[in-house]
Design a protein around this ligand. Sequence first.
Ligand code: NAP
Ligand code: G4F
Length: 369
Amino acid sequence: MPKKAFITGITGQDGAYLTDLLLKKGYEVHGLMRRTSQFNTSRLEELCAPEAASERLFLHYGDSTDSLNITTLIEDIRPDEIYNLAAQSHVKVSFEMPIYTCDVDALGTLRILEAVRLAHLMDKTHIYQASTSELFGKVHEIPQTEKTPFHPRSPYGVAKLFAYWMTVNYRESYGMFASNGILFNHESPFRGETFVTRKITMAAARILNGLQDRLELGNMDAKRDWGHARDFVEAMWLILQHDTPGDFIIATGEQHSVREFVTLAFEYAGVPIRWEGEGVNEVGIACVPKVSEDGIPCGFIPGKGFEGVPMEERVVVAVNPEFFRPAEVETLLGNPAKSRDLLGWQAKTSFPQLVQEMLEYDLKKLSGK
Ligand code: NAP
Ligand code: G4F
């Protein structure tokens, strides 16, 4: 019998990479999918082999806020492993929707833990909780380890703190195999378009093709420990295969600023950015194609330059305070020693490789090939 996994948040970035990984490992995968007015399975379609998906992937309508629905699904599926990835995962949006964010991210986790307990699956089902480096928030030490005190800085971070401790509490109270993966930022071409990395690579692809004037960002001094989602979902799986449950930091151990990410994205295309000014007046200036009036991409091909394309030097990056947060997490840097030593996991994709893969994907998407 193949192992059965139940993934909440299956349609998101991590859900799609994890589904691909588990299908390749021979699992039967069940996913919780929200009813939306448009199809929301595009990531799964792009990442997962269609034959495996048609045979062993089952999507169920549901919502993390619906206790009865979650309990019934878990009772029916009786999964060997649950990956609780569903979340309102945008930190800035959580300031605008704190109550909904807590319902999904905090109580949503409790609904899963309770459903496993009520279905008498405590001895069978291993549970992975998608915890986050946002727990460290206003960091108490650098780098952060599993022992660093938490200090969340947003409704999202506070909701995830509740979920983290509920996971620990069910493990300690009922002996459940419930583990937290404390994952630092991880990105990919399938990252949501309003997270900073994808916003940058999409804008860079459009600017390099004469389709966008400039990119507006918030705090460019923020530093993150950015890895690749494909590498990080492997760690999720390893956490549930370990002999004992526990809490694990998953990170690259390297950090970069938002500004560095932007610089590298344009550099990949051979376009240097000159940074001028400070604070809200800071701008990035570069020589790029003029914005075309017909809305047709100029057909920029990496390595071949901009032959024959009308160019100009202009501001391509500017600060827009609209993207500042009421409380910011300035710096995050993880120490992944525990996961390396106990799980044998380490990040495979370097920062330049990550930026390159994301930009290449967005350039290709623009060209329609
Ligand atoms: P994501 O792309 O935003 O995906 C979130 C998933 O949750 C989507 O499938 C979304 O469905 C689903 N969802 C949202 N609200 C829901 C609800 N009420 N009921 C059921 N499903 C709901 O996030 P991600 O980057 O893959 O991250 C996965 C998990 O890891 C999240 O819990 C996130 O907080 C956590 N995390 C992420 C990172 C990171 O850097 N990516 C780091 C640490 C922790 P739709 O597709 O319908 O929107
Ligand atoms: O890409 P971000 O929105 O990610 P953030 O806030 O670090 O959260 C992500 O990672 C967490 C793990 O640490 C996850 F738990 C969470 O679910 C999510 O996946 O912002 C990164 C940094 C921030 O400091 C932000 O202020 O970039 C800064 N930033 C600057 N300009 C911007 C922008 N962020 C966004 N989204 N948009 C901007 O224009």
